[in-house]
Design a protein around this ligand. Sequence first.
Ligand code: ATP
Ligand code: MG
Length: 306
Amino acid sequence: MPSSAVVSVDLRGKLHKIASGKIRDLFEVDNDTLLFVATDRISAYDVVMDNGIPGKGALLTKMSIYWFKYLQAKIPGLQTHYITNSLPSALDALPFDMRESVQTRSMQVRRLEVFPLESIVRGYITGSAWSEYKKSGTIHGIPQPSGLVEGQKLPEPIWTPSTKAELGEHDENITPEKARQMVGEGKARIIEGLSLELYKAGAKRAEEVGIILADTKFEFGHEGEQVVLIDEVLTPDSSRFWPKETWEQSLGGAQPSFDKQFLRDWLTTQGLKGTKGVTIAEDIVEQTAKKYRDAYERITGESYSE
Ligand code: ATP
Ligand code: MG
């Protein structure tokens, strides 16, 4: 693992930066293609921390590429935005070290019109779904059986979209009906169907290696009528991964997890939930990096190296 985190990417003006999310910087390669660069930034409760997690950007990129290939093999006809993990020739002139650092954290992707939805699928009840259920017996407005406990498996995985908020704003959970109004009935049906299929394929793979995929978030874009899986896929940033062996004994409370729940919990105990300008303590950085590495290694079956 490299010792320092890369929280911003400098391409020395070789490519034009078109957008910067909480984690990624997007550069224009040409009209149809983007360079999708994952930094080592980390966010919790929609706030980006001042320091990052060394190696995280490269790990998320490798893991997404693993999943794009895996899912394409499992789901015939699935379209993804992934093109290649090699760099565009515009970056040929960058010094070797810079090229290497950018290459490990980047992929070239199809530049698409993004649907304004976070396409969440939940197989287990936790997080904001659990908070809502406790109040109203529903999840994103969908009625649920009574008597569920925190962390329980739902009878069937459910599609629970949210809005995609602007930078600095919070995503808002919405009903599937509202999502259909936002993107149109036909497109919403495709997104829902694909999301459930992707969740099931991902959960099956995770299960094989002793991990529960409690929930996850997909994003989709489109080019004309074609709906395409975009962004990152089934990573510890976009998913809750729980070790299967401790699930049952942890029912009714928080689950141990291979993701940033650990950072969220630290922020909460420090009274820093939602606070800007936080520097994460060094041991928390290290333990978070280890959790991300564990998730990567268990799921891909490969030891993690840059
Ligand atoms: P956001 O900034 O959208 O609130 P985020 O902080 O999760 O969310 P990042 O992951 O840092 O965002 O950046 C990725 C951004 O790139 C997201 O806004 C995502 O919707 C967008 N994106 C992903 N894939 C594509 C694509 N193929 N074409 C265009 N935009 C894309
Ligand atoms: Mg994102």
